[in-house]
Design a protein around this ligand. Structure first.
Ligand SMILES: [Mg+2]
Length: 377
């Protein structure tokens, strides 16, 4: 089998345009998907996906160009030799390419390998290990009182943890943490994400409050490049420090592990280098007793890839799940990708468990009519 063509498909964000009652203004982020459709000479077609917060679609076009460039490298090669293709892509990408493009193509190669073998990707990764639950990322910017109301709804569904946005100043964050943590259901954990906003001193102040209220983790307190700063926070604070969504490939995990900088590793499959890189991060952190909690905020193909990695990792029992709207009946319903015909196969069960689709490969089928409707390129 060989690769004939890599076809990039840039799609309009479905968040805030179709699925979301209330329109875009309610939401801080869009999810603009770029699908890599990899065609082979034997008729098997694989799909992988990256995405950007990019309503204009301009940045997404860069990822699409990157996929075309990778196509020139990979055409004629066997897509089932994923490890070999990953390293060829890495050599290209580290010098002049797009990690977003590479990540999507890697996912598509695993999809092809699974379809050719008649097995879901998690089986190719060694099979399921334990159970994965979804935690709710609740991206809507709301005052603490409203977050508390929504917390009841999320707890009732069975999400073990709710993550809210921090990084809005030490005093603001402290007040939000203490108000929300003290008033949500006992069984619901709370995590905060400050998206690399702080320096070490302010992160320490916010982190002390997070520790006092027994938060589940403090995500990206400071710049992802500051390994020693993260190590200091991780050593001096009780709250576990998490990061990795801004890291590329599995190599930076070496320094982070040596410095004991993080308790929780959160590779973003759409950016880190796909299934191959995220799976390697999971393997590297296992002997250090660290946890994998994939960053998985985004569209369905990439989400499915993240679920397959989570299901097959002995150090992963939790994955991110974006609850994009407070107007849906069921917060466990997946709504970000109407162009995937069976996106309903991704859902959070009552009780919080989530599983990868069972069909071969990543287990998803595109709706070609909707692909054309959403397509920007
Ligand atoms: Mg984050």
């Amino acid at each position: 089998m060989h690769i004939e063509q890599i076809e990039p498909i840039v799609l309009e964000s479905a968040i805030g345009t179709v699925s979301m009652p209330g329109g875009k203004s309610e939401f801080e982020a869009t999810v603009t998907p770029v699908v890599a459709r990899v065609h082979t000479d034997e008729g098997i077609v694989g799909v992988g996906e990256t995405y950007l917060d990019d309503p204009s679609g301009h940045k997404a076009m860069t990822a699409a160009k990157g996929m075309e460039a990778l196509g020139h490298e990979l055409e004629g090669q066997d897509p089932r030799e994923v490890q070999a293709r990953w390293h060829e892509m890495y050599v290209h990408v580290k010098r002049e390419g797009s990690f977003r493009a590479m990540s999507a193509v890697d996912e598509a190669l695993w999809d092809i390998k699974g379809k050719a073998a008649g097995l879901p990707v998690y089986e190719l990764l060694g099979g399921k290990v334990g159970q994965t639950k979804a935690y709710a990322t609740f991206p809507l910017s709301k005052p603490a009182e409203q977050l508390i109301e929504d917390a009841e709804w999320l707890a009732e569904k069975g999400f073990p943890t709710m993550k809210i946005v921090a990084g809005h100043g030490v005093e603001n964050d402290r007040e939000k943490i203490s108000t929300v943590a003290a008033n949500i259901p006992e069984e619901l954990g709370l995590a905060i994400d400050s998206n690399t906003t702080y320096g070490v001193k302010d992160a320490m102040k916010v982190g002390r409050t997070a520790s006092e209220y027994d938060l589940e983790w403090f995500e990206e307190p400071i710049s992802h490049t500051n390994v020693q700063g993260q190590a200091q926070l991780n050593r001096d604070l009780e709250v576990p420090v998490s990061a990795y969504q801004n890291h590329l490939a599995h190599y930076p995990a070496v320094d982070l592990l040596e410095a004991n900088a993080l308790e929780i590793y959160q590779p973003a499959l759409d950016f880190v280098g796909g299934i191959t890189a995220a799976h390697r991060v999971a393997t590297m952190i296992e002997p250090y007793d660290k946890q994998l909690v994939p960053h998985a905020f985004g569209p369905a193909i990439n989400y499915s890839a993240s679920l397959h990695v989570a299901a097959a990792s002995p150090v992963c029992d939790l994955i991110e799940f974006g609850v994009y709207s407070d107007k849906v009946d069921d917060p466990g319903e997946y709504i970000a990708s109407p162009y995937v015909a069976n996106q309903k196969d991704i859902y959070v069960q009552d009780g919080g468990v989530i599983e990868p689709p069972e069909a071969p490969g990543l287990g998803l089928e595109l709706d070609e009519d909707l692909i054309e409707e959403y397509r920007l390129n």
